[in-house]
Design a protein around this ligand. Sequence first.
Ligand code: MF3
Ligand code: CO
Ligand code: CO
Length: 284
Amino acid sequence: MRKIQRNWRLPVGQTATDLDRRILKLQNEGHLVPCRELIKTPEQIEGIRRAGRLNTAVLDHVAERICVGMPTTEIDRMVYDYTTSHGGRPAPLGYEGFPKSVCTSINEVVCHGIPSDDEVLEEGDIVNVDCTTILDGYYADASRMFVIGKTTAEKEKLVRVARECLELGAAEARPWGYLGRIGRAIQRHAHKNHCSVVRDLCGHGVGLAFHEDPEVDHYDTHEEGMLLVPGMVFTIEPMINAGTWKVFVDEEDGWTVVTEDERPSAQWEHTFAVTEDGLEILSR
Ligand code: MF3
Ligand code: CO
Ligand code: CO
């Protein structure tokens, strides 16, 4: 774990703006505030918006083609070809040694599934396709669930509840609100539906790098968490399980995250920007 600096400081030799005064006051009152570096400029947001548009288009491209009988390496090839032919680069490729351009996570796989020729989509599978695109140095990150043919009522419901968890979490995020409300709303909805929330993985700041501060927990930490300030960009990406929230990482490949009870898991992810008056979806 890297030690993160979460203090607002005045840049040396500059006078405080209204924004500085407002944040410094909240910080002095004991609230956790973002550091200045987490506030993107309008130019940076525009760059992330463009990366987000391409990332959404990549997922649309996959959505139109994904089907039963498709090996997950075919999804990987589609993501690589579409992204690069539109001037982008898939962020997962080579990221901390990740070998492919996209994560494909089927059924009991929670996230970070590695596309493989041996893995062919079957009738009834639920699969998460998680794409992150780099365009002109800016990053955007989103994932969707796809139901292959007809699935069980349990998996169908899980996919729906996970989607609702993302929407309800996002509805709690607002400028000058607190990050902790997101996870609280997600957990409440998951539990109401007899599902659990993965705790070992979180959403994250994004935009100038793949993973930035803050960490966005999807469960109730019973803390207000960080103040949300216009210009912050982060993902919400709840992983919702049918059974236990506990997960483990496949020892063979060091990536694939699987539910401990091998019951199914579902996840949806958007990239958001905090604006003056709400939230903007930068990639879905
Ligand atoms: N896209 C994932 C996320 O939502 C991260 C994948 S890391 C990779 O944060 F290396 F597996 F691609
Ligand atoms: Co992602
Ligand atoms: Co993410």
